[in-house]
Write a protein that binds this ligand. Structure first.
Ligand code: ZN
Length: 236
């Protein structure tokens, strides 16, 4: 056992040290592994920043998936939830990294953008049809017109009938047909109309069902919020 007065020397600068000193007071070198205290501090900071990015990325990803699931379940997208993704991502990155800087702010904004794009992609892939079905279901006129087509296909409505009736009478007949339907039959009709509509429209129209001008606002707010939290006032 070393005595309390045992003397040794720093392996870096040679300054005298007590045997139980962990750190050289003159140059900051650790007696055990010979690394400088500043190097160790920098490594710890970098480690926390990396962990902040990884966990922030996971949180952004999960938020994006939840956002898409919500859109598919509700058959309508909650646009302002995008802002929440930016907020949660920024807060997570800073809480784990335990520091804020312009770089952390930019990284938080990038991670938030990734979460937003995942949410949009999920909504686009799984949400377009349910959203369209819902829209059609609420459009009495479209439902009535397709109900008429069903009647014509069944032979209940002949060409002679159609010629004898006014446009208004026809639409009313279609509406009657729709109101006589069960909920399930209405859902099926709306789904078949949606299938026809989706076959006809191009990619741009499909994208239009998922992207709106409001998204520009929500995305901008989300990214600037994530950046500002990450930068923590280091941006000016
Ligand atoms: Zn030293």
């Amino acid at each position: 056992m070393p005595s309390a007065t045992a003397q040794t020397r720093c392996r870096k600068c040679g300054a005298p040290m007590e045997a139980d000193d962990k750190l050289c007071v003159s140059c900051g070198t650790y007696a055990s592994h010979g690394l400088n205290v500043k190097t160790v501090q920098r490594a710890k900071t970098a480690g926390r920043a990396t962990r902040g990015m990884v966990i922030g990325g996971i949180v952004a990803f999960v938020c994006g998936v939840l956002w898409a699931l919500l859109a598919v379940a509700l058959k309508v997208e909650i646009g302002y939830a995008a802002w929440g993704i930016g907020l949660v991502t920024g807060l997570t990155v800073v809480a784990i990294a335990q520091e804020s800087s312009v770089q952390i702010g930019m990284a938080a904004a990038c991670l938030a953008l990734m979460g937003l794009l995942i949410g949009k992609a999920g909504t686009f892939i799984y949400g377009v049809k349910p959203m369209l079905v819902q829209e059609i279901r609420e459009d009495d006129d479209v439902m009535a017109r397709f109900a008429l087509m069903q009647l014509a296909a069944e032979g209940t409505l002949t060409d002679e009938d159609v010629e004898a009736m006014t446009e208004e009478m026809l639409v009313n007949k279609g509406r009657e047909r729709v109101s006589a339907m069960t909920t399930r039959e209405r859902d099926e009709l709306a789904a078949s109309i949606a299938d026809i509509a989706l076959e006809d429209v191009g990619l741009v129209t499909r994208l239009g069902t998922v992207f709106s001008l409001w998204d520009i606002l929500w995305f901008a707010l989300a990214l600037s919020t994530a950046y500002r939290i990450g930068a923590g006032g280091n941006d000016d």
